[in-house]
Design a protein around this ligand. Structure first.
Ligand SMILES: [Cu+2]
Length: 255
């Protein structure tokens, strides 16, 4: 099933699976919704007030009650059975995957921005070549990404619509978020948890690169960060980098 009349094209490996579960639940709840509303209208008309008609007492009907309990039970079990694998794959990858195989990143949410720590050329966090970008999430395509999600103030939600990723960032917790982008381009990063007055402008840009372009970008950023350290007082923003300048000025326009 590959409908896309109201969701953006899925851009991650699990995106299609997540969508098909979403649409399955939408169809089940949609049919029940229509049935309930039609029954409601029917009963309103059929049993409306009429002069001289008295109410009759109903004492329940065991067989009907058993049926309308068992059908929803089966539906809920079916939904659970259909979605467990995808849920575990999306939310418990630390148990099923080797963390060392993924590209590690750290995202620190705060009112009202996303600070992304990149591992630098050595591919490891917490080493001297790490660098930080505000509101810019650059990713390599076709590679597992493992984000350590943190918050330094209130609850935020890390939301990447194209990649079907939405995860709360909770102060005091480090939450792993796994996904694998399989399209390149620029996409939005948003906060999906009302986190304060500036919530509406807590957003950034996701840029998915081909592997080689991503490595080039990483090297440029490392060089820029090194240059900035060697010449104190030089803001990193002044280093010529078309992507960075463009995204930064775009963000400034919103604040
Ligand atoms: Cu937020």
């Amino acid at each position: 099933m590959n409908w896309s009349w109201n969701l953006p094209r899925p851009g991650s490996v699990l995106g299609g699976e997540i969508d098909s579960i979403y649409y399955m639940i939408l169809v089940i709840t949609g049919v029940i919704f229509l049935f309930v509303e039609l029954a409601l209208v029917f009963f309103i008309l059929r049993y409306r007030h009429k002069e001289g008609r008295t109410a009759s007492y109903v004492h329940g009907h065991t067989k009907t009650e058993v049926v309308w309990t068992i059908i929803p039970l089966l539906l809920v079990l079916w939904i659970a059975w259909r979605s467990t694998d995808v849920w575990l794959e999306a939310k418990a990858s630390d148990r099923t995957h080797d963390a060392a195989s993924a590209y590690p990143m750290r995202v620190m949410a705060k009112q009202f921005e996303w600070n992304v720590t990149y591992p630098g050329p050595d591919g490891r966090l917490d080493t001297p070549d790490d660098f930080v970008k505000r509101n810019q999430l650059h990713l390599p395509v076709h590679r597992d990404i493992r984000v350590e999600l943190l918050s330094e103030d209130v609850i935020h939600a890390f939301f990447l619509p194209e990649f079907r990723v939405k995860q709360d960032a909770v102060p005091g917790m480090t939450i792993p978020v796994w996904f694998q982008p399989n399209i390149t381009g620029e996409f939005p990063l948003g906060c999906a948890e009302l986190c304060g007055l500036g919530h509406y402008r807590m957003r950034g840009t996701v840029t998915v690169h081909e592997q080689e372009a991503f490595e080039r970008w990483t090297e440029e950023q490392t060089a820029a960060a090194t240059a900035a350290t060697e010449a104190p007082g030089t803001p990193v923003e002044t280093v010529p980098d078309s992507t960075q300048v463009r995204v930064e000025s775009h963000e400034e326009g919103h604040s």
